[in-house]
Design a protein around this ligand. Sequence first.
Ligand SMILES: C[S@@+](CC[C@H](N)C(=O)[O-])C[C@H]1O[C@@H](n2cnc3c(N)ncnc32)[C@H](O)[C@@H]1O
Length: 227
Amino acid sequence: MKIDIITALPELVTGWVDNSILRIGTSKNLLDIRVHDLRDWTSDKHRTVDDSPYGGGPGMVMKVEPFAKAIRDLRTKDSVVIMPSPEGDVYDQSVARSLLTEKHLIFICGHYKGIDGRISNYIDRMISAGDFILTGGELVAAMISDSVCRLIPGVISDIGSANSDSFENGLLDCDYFTRPPVFEDHAVPKVLISGNHKAIENWRKQDSLEKTAQKRPDLIKKLKNKK
Ligand SMILES: C[S@@+](CC[C@H](N)C(=O)[O-])C[C@H]1O[C@@H](n2cnc3c(N)ncnc32)[C@H](O)[C@@H]1O
């Protein structure tokens, strides 16, 4: 999978790309991730990427031209151009799964009051991280890239681990424990050190179900409605 991230603050993203799971995917040639400086697509001496809003009011607006030019240069027939935005579809594991089938993702990262509204003519979709406001789109581009790329077989060493995480089967994952067997009077559930694989599997299923019913009853309802 190829990912291009267009941002006015490339250092914000490069540190994460170079130090996250994505570095492993890149070193195995499973990923090709490039971070681009939006200012490379400006044409004035000051490499301006923002301006004051028409109509006045507080805050600056990111200019449409540099983004439009960058998209034009990077887009191929396989590209999906994503703009992180509070007005987009709210991101979840099913959206991550759907993006996994794409060959090329391009992220454009807004700041301030956002990108000039005419950007909607140049993008394919908007994705929201949830009902809260971040300073810029970089964290959302990183969040989406991380959650999609870890599902590519080979990026993390055991894809079975990713496939059994929360939301993959509609439920929260069970609890996990490791050594020591007792820590400050707190013992791990006995069944997990019994060596009985069937019993361990049953305990995990039960823990996952109970936890979901208690913490996320909406997920159980969703599963029931699917049937
Ligand atoms: C301060 S926000 C702009 C908020 C915008 N004026 C609004 O109220 O909807 C700057 C940028 O951060 C990103 N951003 C902020 N919150 C986000 C969220 N919940 N989901 C996705 N992107 C978000 C978007 O790229 C946005 O253009």
